[in-house]
Design a protein around this ligand. Structure first.
Ligand code: SIN
Length: 275
């Protein structure tokens, strides 16, 4: 097995490994690389749904996403699907999964089954690198701040986006969860500091006037949008990406109209977060 950096800021490419027959030593090396780099990328994997579930369960329990339509017979596996006649994709904006939960999912494991002839890449951003690049005044300003996260505007019954996604999302009546998390998160495994706000689910900074909160979030989002903090993953069938939701953002590009793109995703349970 060989592990190398995907980009300076985020991710690692893992080669020469079969995820269905990982030794304990290989798994330990993957675990270190995952928490250190925030995301792992694999190619040429042949995973049945059972293999996908077994790999996910090596990390922790599965945290079933309550809004995605599951694969038939496998409630643990969420479909990330766009048909040729659908316009809107799932995850087509910067976000991190489950930040609206009190205990957000540790990571997401996405396996490619059908990829368009071109396009459909996924962008990743590294939150440790983005935090480290802030100046000292901004780091001091962020210290101790908390942010409110929620999901009603994405998955709830009044969400225009959910309507466009259509039957690919379910359970709209059960949306509305909110959670408060630190803006600067000490990673629960490594202790490294990273930014933990995202345009998808962060609603506002707690105890701050609405316009100041918006201005601060916009400043952080513009900072994180710099390509220096990114890696662009180009999918092929049989590839698998897994990312740490506490230390990365991701963005599924929607530039393949008229083609099918289908991946299966499992989210793995996390732990309580502390500043
Ligand atoms: C997601 O946001 O989980 C989907 C990412 C992708 O489809 O590339």
């Amino acid at each position: 097995m060989q592990i190398s950096k995907a980009s300076e800021a985020v991710g690692a490419i893992v080669e020469h490994v079969d995820l269905t027959s990982l030794s304990d030593d290989q798994f330990a090396a993957l675990r270190n690389a995952f928490f250190d780099r925030g995301a792992l990328f694999f190619r040429d994997q042949k995973l049945s749904p059972e293999d996908h579930i077994a790999f996910a369960e090596r990390w922790n329990d599965i945290d079933i996403n309550r809004f995605f339509t599951p694969v038939e017979g496998y409630p643990q596996i969420a479909k990330v699907l766009k048909e040729p006649d659908q316009q809107v994709n799932i995850g087509g904006g910067w976000h991190t999964d489950h930040s609206y939960d009190v205990i957000p999912a540790m990571g997401s494991i996405l396996y490619a089954l059908e990829i368009p002839p071109s396009g459909g890449d996924t962008l990743f951003a590294g939150m440790h690198a983005a935090y480290e690049a802030l100046d000292d005044a901004m780091k001091a300003r962020l210290e101790g701040l908390k942010a409110r996260h929620g999901n009603a505007h994405i998955f709830g019954k009044d969400s225009a986006y959910r309507e466009e996604v259509g039957e690919r999302y379910k359970n709209a009546e059960n949306a509305g969860q909110e959670a408060i998390h630190p803006v600067v998160l000490k990673h629960p495994e490594t202790g490294a500091k990273g930014l933990y706000v995202n345009p998808g689910f962060t609603l506002n900074i707690v105890d701050m006037a609405e316009e100041d909160s918006k201005a601060l979030l916009d400043t952080l989002y513009a900072h994180i949008a710099k390509p220096e903090f990114h890696f662009r993953f180009q999918w092929e069938e049989g590839m698998l990406a897994m990312w740490d939701n506490r230390s990365t953002w991701h963005y599924a590009l929607n530039d393949y109209q008229g083609h099918r793109r289908y991946l299966n995703r499992i989210t793995v349970a996390g732990v309580p977060l502390h500043p």
